[in-house]
Structures are given as C-alpha cells and as structure tokens.
Design a binder for this molecule. Sequence first.
Ligand code: XMP
Length: 505
Amino acid sequence: FPYTPVPTVFAKLGLAYDDVLLLPNETDVIPSEVDTTTHFTREITMKVPALSAAMDTVTESDMAIAMARNGGIGVLHRNLSIDDQAAQVDVVKRSESGMITDPLTVNPDVTLADLDKLCARFHISGLPVVDRENRLVGIITNRDMRFIASEDYDRLKVSDVMTKENLIIGPSDITKEDAHHLLAKHKVEKLPLIDKDGKLAGLITVKDFVKTEQYPDATKDEQGRLRVAAGVGFLGDAWQRASALMEAGVDALIVDTANGEARLALDMIRRIKADPAFNGVQIVGGNIATRQGAQAMIDAGVDAVKIGVGPGSICTTRVVAGVGVPQLTAVYDAAQACKAAGIPCIADGGIHYSGDIAKALVAGASSVMLGGALAGCEEAPGEKVLLHGKQYKLYRGMGSLGAMAPRGKKSYSKDRYFQADVTSNDKVVPEGVEGEVPYRGPLNAVLYQMIGGLHQSMFYTGARTIPELQEKGRFIRITDAGLRESHPHDIVMTAEAPNYNGFHN
Ligand code: XMP
C-alpha cells in the first residue's frame, strides 16, 4: 500500500459571493451618473458588463439582440446545427445597422408568399428588389402589401405590387446626416444606396436611426451592427462551426467547455488564433477556476478568459464530480493571471442577486455571465408555462439529461462535458439539472434592475467607473448569522420586489 504524504496546504479556503459583502466608503457618486463601461474581450468594449449565457434556454437571436441593444452581449448557444446557429448570428447582425452593406434583397419574380416568409424570418418590413445583375428595379415594403388579401400571396409576384417609380435613392458614400434628411423629406422608411455602376450597394433604414436614439448604450461594431458572440466546441465539426459563424459575422467565439484546461480545448484555441482567417474575431476560452487554468488559456492566446466551474444555479458538477472552486475565490485567483497579462475575464455563473455583480467585479472580473437570472425573460427561448397560477419558463443546464440526451433529437452539447463518445442515453452522466424559473417579462426591465443594483454598489463604494470600483472595493467576510441578517427577516413579504426573489437555497 503506497504511502502518500499529506500535502502541506491541505485545503485552502474558497469563498462564494454569499461569504462576503463590500464595505461602504466615502462617496460623492450619484448612482445614475456612474459609467459601467468595461472590456468584454481585449478589443470589444461594452457599456454594461453583462453577457447572457450560451445555453439553449437563455440565448438565441432574440435574447442576443436584446442584450446588445441594452449595452451587453449575448452568447448564442451551440446545442443546434451549424446552419441554425450561423443563421442566428445573421439575424442579429442584420437586426440593425448604420448602413447595411449587403442588404437582403428579392428578385421581382418571387411570390408574395415567399417574400412574407423572408420578412418574418428576419423581422423586417420590406426589401429592395433587384434584377439578376443586382440593379435596383423597385422596392417592396409592407405599405405595398397592405391592401392585398393573403389568399393572393401565392398568385402574385413582387413585380406586381412593388413600387418602381420615383424611387428615393442615395449614393453609396452618403453621409448619415444626408441620409436622414432624404428619409425625412420624402417620408420614406428605406433608402437604397446605389454605386456608380447603378448596382445596389447598401441600404439605410429609418428604423436604425430610431433604434440608435432608443438604445444609446447598444453594443455595436464599426459598421453600426449589433455585436454578438457564439459558443463553439472543440471536437468533430467544431472547426466547420467556427468557420460558419465567422462567415456569418460573429464578433467573438467562445470555446465553450466545462474544463478549459483540457488539451483538446486549448488546441482548438491555439488553432483558431493561428489562422489569419479568424483575425477579425475575438476568441474567449473557458471555463477555468484557478490561476493556473487562466494562465493556460492566456498562453493559448485567448482574448478573454471565462471563469466558473460549478457555481451555476443548474450545475451539479461540484456534487457529481466533487470538482470546482467557490466562485468568488475562483474569480479572484484567475483574475490575478488575467490582470498580469492584461486580458479581461468573465465571471460565469452563480450570479443570483444584483449585489453579486459588484462582488465579481471587485474580485477582478471585467464582466459577468448570467444564465438563471435571464432565463425567465420574454426573449429567452421557450414558451411560458403556468404552474400553481404563476408563469414560469424552462431553464436547464447544458449538462442536464434534457440537453445531453434529448429523446429523438441530436445533442450537440455532450462534448462540453467530454461525453461525445457516449452513444447510449442511459450512459450519459449528467452534470446539470432541469427546472423552471419564474417568468420575468422583457429583458430590458430585468437587466435594468441588475445593473441598477451595480450603480448602487458603485455609489456605496465611491466608484465612478469599473476600474475605480476594482481599486476601491474592499470585502468583509461574513458568517451565517451575517448572511441571515443581510436578507429580509422577521417579516412575511406581501409584495414582490422586482430585484429580490427570496433567500436562495
Ligand atoms: P447561472 O448561475 O447564471 O449559471 O444560472 C450559468 C452558467 O452555468 C454553466 N452551466 C453549467 N454548469 N452543468 C454545469 O456544471 C450544467 O449543466 C451547466 N449548464 C450551464 C455555464 O457556464 C453557464 O453560463
């Protein structure tokens, strides 16, 4: 029987968000005036330090659009075919833009029925009509369709109803101001842009001007399109997936695994970073939970590191495998390596209350990733269900049986847990659970409360910016009694608060 010496440091202490509070500080900061701008990755900044999780009950295109409009970024999940995931990137990238350089178009001989389907898929109200040489021959919008009965949609073609005379057009190098002026003068909603050869070169829509005013914090790329990230794996067709997402215009790829220190995941990161075709895409690696893990990601060349092994509200990794690091300590330790290398890091999972966001940032994170906190939003995939008179939405771990062993459907998420080789559903070892979370309404109201809490934290700690919060924030460790005291006590709550849903267990 071999003798194994007991390590000198038997077990270091790991702290969770609930183990600490932030100390109040001298302040003249007004909560509404703070600046929460941060880095998502080395090259992408965002005004709100929040990402929606790459989970199939959290982020598809609707959530990604809402997140980017509200100043964060959505990470599209990868538990779907390559084509479907790439199509979702396309939907987000086309949802709004300063000038659309490759607008969707239709040919004059397309039926109104097909046009209707295209408009519904991309949530748009009309399209430029072009001939085979990409020359503008008309424009068709819902104004042209208003008085046409839907029974006639199969019979009529775009050329029968499109507007072809007196088209309002602009040159391809038009300024934003001139475009706005033309749209307003002619009371039209879409301005096709034509190059010197008479071909369609772009499109400017009034909707985009309105959206810019409505969402001043939106996270956008250089062309004024909303930014979006997407998860990829590292096995099988992961390379094709990464390439398809890149071609669809994704801003960042997250090599998404439950253990980012796995050689295969690190190899995938190195391979993408070495390929010049991916130069315009930021690469995030995860998840890790130690300083050593963060260093491995940094050495592989990532543009941001994602931290969290087992803190998620649906995770069972820590009980199934006995592996993980309480999240505050994981963030603190991993952030040491990230800070030294000048690489942003993301605290992923375990954010239950808005106060946890400030704790994660003070521990060293540049942003947080939210799963359960957003799964109840209107924009999260899935229908509402009624349970005991209250509305709920499904929320499940990507390592749950439902995600890894769906009946009659292919799972694309098994490799996240290194079980891609397991072919029988009975042999899958889940690392997550499935359940319901209360329906919470639209994302903008939910995120407003989460980030509103962060504004309050910044007021209390006397910080005007995230770097100042990280510099000034000090923790105090608390006991179980302190935690009980922190939550409402000795009261039967009779009204729901928009930012407090009880003492989580
Ligand atoms: P929250 O706490 O925001 O956590 O709901 C979301 C994060 O949890 C991770 N995740 C999982 N972890 N088993 C795990 O151990 C799972 O089945 C699982 N699914 C998601 C993921 O990092 C996510 O962002």
